[in-house]
Design a protein around this ligand. Structure first.
Ligand code: ACM
Ligand code: ZN
Length: 541
């Protein structure tokens, strides 16, 4: 069994071992020099010495350019004498380095003098081109160190898209030079609903934070070095409360004056969950285009996420601007008004060479621009997504049951994540339109970095294997055996995680009980229990 996560598409262990020591020489064709340097750095970090870089193909380790290999794929041959990597691009060669890193356990052994790995023959490439993780920093701002830890671990597991949820009702986290109040007012929350959806208790500790444009650029560059693209999300027209608090004229009735403390809204906005930007005012569109302009100068990704989820239409029904826009363009209802808005933005993004991504609720509009990508998150089956795929359009899959990592493990079990296949969710027939899969970390109940890590690990490992490894090569028992060997690496890196004894609770009554408490009373119930379990285990050691 090779200790690699995600498991390679094809691997055959051979007799013998390949040894890296301070005399080991390394060569790379020019196109792959970046990956060679990544390996040199990795060995230096583990062993303290730098491998000798040579210009001769007689080196012990060789990175060879081969245009027949897929862009993110690689071939790796390790014998007792040599280690050869073939790749057609930096991405694939970089992933070969991650595999070597895992096979030699470079991140686990303390101050080794040599690194060894089994002789092996690997041919590897991903199932999906889009292998994503979403991180919500609107609910809680965590900062660059947390983001970099996540990015590092994503690269280690060959994930390549970091979808960054940067605004919501609870906070606006990016500097926009044209609209300074977005961060002056929108990044500050005077307290937080902190116990559960169904429990309106407020913690009066203020919370704030945002990234300057310079900080964002540095993180984008950091991610690019790890072959990770960052897709920013500015959620609209709903989930826009923090922006509306800063610029109330963005809403239909100028009512919100500060970032809401209760999730989803305040009674003044017409009821809990009724916060929405106005789809009829010119100002709204000017604002959105300005924000897109500034963010496009920071995020080069060919995608821009506009959310579009959970948009209540009560305000639009009462708003003269929205109703006038509907009359003017012959839109039969408010759903079509949202479609009109999405199309305007999609066209604007297209001119910048970007495609609009939105959560699957955006499909309620009838005529959507062909370039729009739907992200399928809803728990219930959505026939619109199936039709969308059937008509040849593109979808990213984040089905709640499998990929909502904010849920307790007792509700969204690790096995359910790991055993994801499109067929289980009614979209198997059209899988050619599935760009990939994405895990989501909504942080309403994650005030600390440790909590974020607990929800994410070891789910990131399951996600990576779903995104990378062919379903025919996946096996949950085999995965758990490899995870057991991987957990000490998390321990060494001081990354929090859910103990394996709790990732797959089978007892349905226990699961139901945790689900009830999570939703109604205390969303921290499972985490608190996990920390007790871990502490006990530590004392036993
Ligand atoms: C979502 O969870 N509202 C996309
Ligand atoms: Zn309006």
């Amino acid at each position: 069994m090779l200790n690699v996560i995600p498991r390679p598409a094809y691997a055959e262990e051979k007799f013998g071992e390949f040894v890296i020591n301070s005399d080991t020489t390394v060569y790379a064709d020019d196109q792959l020099a970046y990956a060679r340097d990544a390996l040199v750095n990795c060995v230096e970090k583990a062993c303290g010495y730098r491998l000798q870089v040579v210009v001769s193909r007689k080196a012990k380790i060789q990175f060879l350019f081969d245009r027949h290999v897929a862009r993110e794929g690689y071939n790796l041959e390790a014998t007792t004498d040599s280690l050869t990597v073939q790749a057609s691009a930096i991405a694939g060669a970089f992933y070969a380095v991650q595999t070597i890193r895992q096979l030699t356990m470079a991140d686990l052994i303390d101050n080794p003098t040599v690194l060894t790995m089994h002789a092996v023959s690997i041919k590897d490439e991903p199932v999906y081109a889009y292998r994503g993780l979403m991180f919500d920093e609107a609910r809680y701002f965590h900062g660059a160190d947390t983001v970099k830890t996540i990015l590092d671990m994503m690269a280690y597991h060959k994930l390549n898209v970091f979808h960054w949820h940067l605004s919501d009702n609870e906070g606006w986290r990016v500097e926009i030079k044209k609209y300074p109040k977005l961060t002056e007012i929108g990044s500050y929350r005077k307290g937080s609903q902190y116990l559960a959806w169904g429990n309106k208790s407020i913690d009066k500790t203020p919370h704030e934070g945002f990234y300057t444009q310079q900080e964002l650029k540095e993180i984008v560059a950091y991610a690019a070095r790890l072959n990770i693209m960052i897709v920013p999300e500015i959620d609209m027209p709903a989930h826009l409360g923090a922006a509306i608090a800063a610029y109330p004229e963005l809403s239909c009735r100028n009512v919100l004056k500060e970032v809401p403390v209760i999730h989803g809204g305040t009674p003044e906005t017409g009821g809990i969950g009724d916060i929405i930007g106005c789809a009829g005012k010119d100002f709204t569109y000017r604002f959105i285009y300005d924000v897109i302009d500034e963010l496009s100068a920071i995020f080069p990704a060919p995608y821009f996420h506009i959310g579009g989820d959970e948009a209540p239409k009560g305000e639009w029904k009462k708003c003269p601007h929205c109703q006038e826009t509907m009359r003017k363009y012959g839109l039969e209802n408010e759903e079509q008004l949202q479609g009109y808005m999405n199309n305007k933005i999609a066209v604007y993004l297209k001119r910048k060479g970007k495609r609009l991504i939105g959560w699957n609720e955006i499909l309620t509009a009838k005529k959507l621009d062909n370039s729009v990508i739907a992200q399928y998150w809803t728990y219930k089956r959505d026939p619109r997504v199936e039709n969308y795929l059937m008509s040849g359009r593109d979808v990213i899959v984040s089905k709640h049951q499998a990929f909502y990592f904010d849920m307790p493990y007792a509700m969204n079990r690790l096995k359910t994540t790991y055993e994801f296949v499109p067929e289980k969710y009614g979209i198997g027939e059209y899988s050619s339109g599935i760009l990939g899969v994405e895990g989501t970390l909504w942080t309403e109940w994650m005030p600390t970095e440790e909590r974020v890590e607990y929800q994410l690990f070891p789910r990131m490992e399951a996600l990576a294997e779903v995104a990378w490894t062919p379903a025919s090569e996946r096996n949950y028992r085999d995965f758990i055996l490899r995870l057991r060997k991987f957990i000490p690496i998390l321990d060494k890196a001081r990354i929090e995680y859910c103990p394996l004894s709790m990732v797959n609770v089978k007892n349905p009554l226990k699961r139901l009980k945790i689900a009830r408490v999570f939703q109604r009373k205390n969303a921290h119930v499972e985490y608190n229990r996990a920390m007790v379990v871990k502490k006990r285990r530590r004392y036993r050691i």
